[in-house]
Write a protein that binds this ligand. Structure first.
Ligand SMILES: Nc1nc2c(c(=O)[nH]1)N[C@H]1C(S)=C(S)[C@@H](COP(=O)(O)OP(=O)(O)OC[C@H]3O[C@@H](n4cnc5c(=O)[nH]c(N)nc54)[C@H](O)[C@@H]3O)O[C@H]1N2
Ligand SMILES: Nc1nc2c(c(=O)[nH]1)N[C@H]1C(S)=C(S)[C@@H](COP(=O)(O)OP(=O)(O)OC[C@H]3O[C@@H](n4cnc5c(=O)[nH]c(N)nc54)[C@H](O)[C@@H]3O)O[C@H]1N2
Ligand code: SF4
Ligand SMILES: [Mo]
Length: 846
């Protein structure tokens, strides 16, 4: 290993040092909130849970005394993290106890106060629910297309499932999308294009076995600290283990890399292609794997930029999703311009570094794990870039083997479990099903016991997130309900969406409902704020990046009158659906009578029973044999729904989480570690039964069980430039992202004093070279301006990230430095995910 321990200490300084300190402080949570009595007390009651923050999905144990959460520690029995946590995990308990928790419903009577912290008055639940229901029903009856729901990858699974059922089957609306559109949409679309299923081949176990790690635009040290610890542990303990870090800025993750490849924005597309070109032109790909398992395609090119509202109506927009079959030879031909020399010139990365990386994929013995997150997904060609990473792993056969595989990291605690799996996207139904597919609608109707054809009313996808907010800004949305997100800070192009200036003031005419736990920028625009239970104040479930589903138990009661989000949704659903029928049955009872008693205005059972009942219904989607009619459709339409099995609810509690497909083997429910691989036949497995679906293993024991013709697609995707490139007026690329201590818009972590003190302000990282050019020093305030808007922020050259000249970086956790006022809302034409990573800006000292 040619990297010193000293460099490692630097790399993991943030994660490890703070975690060590936090270990002792965690037990003081109760003291800070005034309830703990000191060390002599008997042990509190223990509950298993999952961290509220990132997609690592660390298991934690919550200790409770006198209805107060007094400590949170890593859960050694959760296979995802085996007891590890980062600093946010250790301080988790404190997010419940900020001074300004919302504890009563709030109503805004005077619309002129919208957009300010003033104007919300206390109300009873009854008054608030009546008002929300009346407004929703009025819009629904007048014009369904003017309704919008914005949900989240932080919404527990059964809650998301129930919302999808209410909105899709109850209201017959597809105007629902989650914040995961801002995050995972590019990953989802490429998973579906390549494999026809939204799941990675590998799991976290690959981190312990890889010989080479390639991070393609993922700052794991700050954003996936637990997985980063596993990566660095493997690097320290494994012989000759290497790490290549690719990105547009140097980050804490770069510190552990043997080589950091800093490229010009978007040229990652070309870099992946030059690796593929090297493999193909020199016959260094895995020939047997290519012949046995792959098919080749090309897609539409010169697809333009979805910056304008009418992009979908343009010629480029209409054809952007087109693909057609090509031969391997044609694919090779398309790749041929991507030589090391050409790509080096384009990207700014030395040709010898590109060759070194290509050789990694050419080495048949090297186990290579690729990891990526928002650098790849939040990209005007985000879907394409996902494809290009899959292409090189597929050509080299480096997939579905221990230590070897492309692994798309997920950001939020349940982006996978909820948004992607239960169908809160505008084009989806539960379990990867699509509204536009007739057989998928029939299958869903069977599971939900709806009359055949009921869901035909929603066969056209609704509005994706950016469209929803663009339409709202134009005055075309009358009712918006949001939960588990803070769009007034996290959406791009806030200058437009928050109605600044004379145009785009639609937001001020929309009736807005926000479910929240603390006052946020979004509650400032709300007409009604519903105070809800936070994290372990109710029971829920999250699904993490490796598809581990885990339950967090209810540990304490919510404060004041705060209620479970799901209760608020049920209370509105029963009012809105009052008098409505599905077939000849009462609509609400038909959809939710199994969990909810309308007359009692409450759930029929406790949290556990409600969650279990919802889970068991949802589980039918992936275990169709539980429902005769669904199984018949599954078989006749060859939907292969059984490929993603889920276990009965209580098994998740017993096992502290299970990754799907979960199979029952001799009465024991087993997790899957490597999908598409048949453990009995594939090379490199020391355990049997790692995944066994579809046609039993073809060559090498690999079986792409859901792919068309069992063959994933290698799709040629060229280099195309970013939506904007620097010019005289806007000479810098502006990259935005996150830092270890804070969660997204900071509403939770900034209320934890230790985290707030550790990272009190958001700073603009500028290279010393650019500082000199601009005449600014550390600590100077600057105004950052783009074509979209502007904000003010303090400059730092000693920040967490080190951008090269011409690039600047800022995190988005601070509402006082509202970076999204200036970030473009241009999105990837295939996934509709916005590009938060390369808006062009000017910087001037103020
Ligand atoms: N502490 C903390 N952790 C978090 C979160 C949090 O808020 N705080 N949020 C979670 C969520 S939801 C998410 S989505 C993840 C995000 O996790 P990451 O994506 O790792 O984090 P970001 O800071 O968004 O992105 C920074 C990365 O983008 C790369 N990048 C910028 N431009 C480009 C480009 O053009 N191409 C490529 N290939 N890379 C580029 C940079 O080089 C850098 O590596 O973090 C999760 N974890
Ligand atoms: N500039 C820039 N902007 C970005 C990104 C970027 O890289 N750069 N990344 C994007 C990405 S990847 C993501 S995932 C989004 C995240 O964006 P958001 O999800 O909008 O941001 P959060 O701060 O996570 O908002 C979650 C809110 O839910 C509240 N909350 C907590 N628990 C509960 C609960 O149980 N019920 C309810 N109803 N509310 C609860 C919290 O208080 C918090 O205010 O940001 C996007 N925005
Ligand atoms: S923030 Fe992520 S890494 Fe840290 S404890 Fe939570 S899930 Fe684990
Ligand atoms: Mo995200």
């Amino acid at each position: 290993m040619d990297i010193t321990r000293r460099q490692f200490v630097k790399a993991t300084a943030v994660a490890l040092a703070s975690a060590a300190a936090a270990g002792t402080l965690s037990s003081l949570v109760g003291c800070a909130s005034g309830s703990a009595q000191g060390g002599a007390q008997a042990e509190g009651q223990k509950f298993t849970a999952v961290c509220r923050f990132c997609g690592c999905g660390c298991g934690v144990i919550c200790e409770v005394r006198d209805n107060k959460l007094i400590s949170v520690t890593g859960d050694p029995d959760n296979e995802s993290n085996r007891g590890l946590n980062c600093v946010k995990g250790y301080y988790l308990g404190k997010i419940l106890y900020g001074d300004d928790r919302l504890t009563v419903p709030l109503i805004r009577d005077d619309a002129s106060t919208k957009g300010t912290a003033e104007g919300l008055r206390e109300a009873t639940w009854d008054e608030a629910l009546e008002l929300v229901s009346a407004k929703l029903k009025e819009t629904w009856k007048a014009d369904k297309s003017r309704l919008a729901f914005w949900l989240s990858g932080q919404q527990p699974i059964t809650e998301g499932y129930a919302c999808a059922k209410f909105i899709k089957a109850g209201l017959l609306s597809n105007n629902v999308d989650p914040n995961a559109r801002l995050c995972m949409a590019s990953a989802v679309v490429s998973f579906m294009n390549v494999f026809q299923t939204d799941e990675p081949a590998g799991s976290y176990a690959d981190l312990d076995e890889a010989d080479v790690f390639v991070t393609w635009g993922a700052n794991m040290a700050e954003a996936h600290p637990m997985l980063y610890s596993r990566l660095t542990a493997r690097k320290l303990s494994g012989e000759g283990v290497r790490h290549y870090d690719l990105g547009t800025i140097t980050t804490r993750t770069s510190a552990s890399a043997d080589k950091t490849l800093i490229f010009k924005p978007n040229t990652d597309l070309a870099i992946a292609n030059c690796i593929a070109n090297h493999l193909v032109q020199n016959k260094l790909y895995d020939e047997a794997f290519v012949n046995d398992h792959l098919q080749f395609k090309q897609g539409a090119e010169n697809i333009g930029n979805a910056t304008m509202d009418d992009y979908e109506q343009t010629e480029a927009g209409k054809t952007a999703e087109n693909v057609s079959a090509i031969t391997f030879e044609e694919y090779a031909e398309r790749l041929s311009p991507y030589t090391f020399e050409y790509v080096s010139e384009l990207s700014g990365v030395p040709a010898e570094d590109l060759r070194e990386l290509a050789e990694v994929f050419a080495d048949p013995d090297a186990k290579v794990m690729s990891l990526w997150t928002m650098g790849v997904n939040q990209h005007n060609r985000g879907t394409w870039m996902n494809h290009n990473i899959y292409n090189i792993h597929l050509l080299s056969g480096k997939i579905a083997r221990p230590g070897c595989g492309p692994f798309s990291l997920t950001g939020q605690p349940t982006a996978c479990g909820t948004a992607r799996e239960v169908g809160t996207f505008c084009h989806r139904l539960p379990a990867d099903l699509l509204v536009a597919n007739e057989q998928h609608r029939r299958f869903t109707e069977a599971v939900w016991d709806l009359p055949e054809g009921h869901l035909d009313a929603i066969k056209a996808p609704g509005m994706h997130t950016v469209k929803m907010f663009r339409e709202m800004s134009k005055g075309n949305i009358d009712f918006l309900w949001s939960a588990h997100n803070n769009w007034a800070q996290s959406m791009p192009n806030l200058t437009r969406f928050l109605g600044m200036g004379d145009e785009n003031r639609g937001i001020f005419d929309t009736f807005i409902v926000v479910n929240e736990v603390y006052p946020t920028l979004s509650t400032q625009y709300a007409d009604v704020v519903l105070p809800v239970a936070l994290w372990v104040e109710r029971e829920g479930q999250f699904g993490n990046a490796e598809r581990r589903t885990a339950v967090f138990e209810k540990a304490v009661d919510p404060p004041g009158e705060a209620k479970w989000d799901l209760w608020a949704f049920m209370e509105v659903a029963r009012r809105v659906l009052d008098g409505e029928k599905i077939g000849d049955k009462d609509a609400f009872d038909h959809l939710f009578g199994f969990i909810y008693d309308k007359d009692a205005a409450d759930f029929k059972g406790d949290d556990r029973e409600t969650n279990r009942a919802l889970w068991e219904e949802y589980r039918v989607f992936s275990n169709p044999s539980l429902n005769e009619q669904a199984q018949a459709i599954n078989e006749s339409a060859k939907l292969k729904m059984e490929a993603k099995q889920l276990a009965p609810y209580d098994e998740y509690l017993t096992h502290h989480g299970l990754t799907w497909p979960v199979r029952e083997v001799d009465g024991t429910w087993m997790s899957t570690k490597w999908r598409f691989a048949d453990g009995a036949q594939a090379d490199g497995f020391d355990e049997v039964g790692v995944a066994t679906y579809g046609t039993p293993g073809l060559a090498g024991g690999v079986s792409f069980y859901k792919s068309t013709d069992m063959r994933p697609s290698v799709v040629f995707r060229p280099y195309e430039p970013p939506a904007e490139e620097p010019d005289e007026e806007y000479p810098f690329y502006f990259v935005t992202g996150r830092l270890l201590e804070h969660w997204h818009t900071g509403t939770l972590t900034r209320r934890v004093p230790e985290l707030d003190r550790a990272l009190p302000e958001a700073l603009l990282n500028v290279s010393p070279e650019d500082c000199e050019k601009l005449g600014v020093l550390d600590g100077d305030m600057v105004r950052v301006r783009s074509r979209f808007g502007q904000f003010d922020i303090k400059v730092s050259t000693a920040g967490r990230t080190e951008p090269p000249a011409g690039v600047v970086f800022a995190p988005f956790f601070a509402e006082e430095a509202l970076v999204n006022l200036a970030v473009q809302d241009t999105y990837c034409p295939l996934s509709k995910e916005p590009d938060y990573k390369k808006t062009c800006v000017s910087i001037e000292k103020i």
